[in-house]
Design a protein. Structure first.
Length: 89
């Protein structure tokens, strides 16, 4: 419900009631599993810097999808990279 209130200059302003339902992104994110991550998110997952992820992509050690504007790294690709890089040790 909109109400009119006067501000400090004496003009009437419309304000809406705060009773509308809000969207909670955490419930949506929990319901849909992530399939791909940004370069920054991948760096956080791997515990390395953003530039390290960039270098891994450039060397071909990690593969990203370039179907969208920004590079995204599929979850399966991160898992493959970890599996292969730890098996070599």
């Amino acid at each position: 419900m909109a109400t009119k209130e006067k501000n400090s200059t004496g003009r009437a302003e419309a304000s809406e009631s705060k009773t509308t339902a809000t969207h909670n992104p955490t419930t949506t994110a929990a319901a849909i599993p992530r399939l791909a991550f940004s370069m920054r998110e991948t760096a956080e997952i791997l515990g390395v810097s953003y530039i390290t992820v960039h270098r891994l992509l450039k060397r071909g050690k990690l593969r990203a999808s370039d179907a969208v504007r920004n590079k995204v790294i599929p979850r399966t690709e991160i898992e493959r990279f970890l599996r292969e890089s730890t098996a070599a040790n």
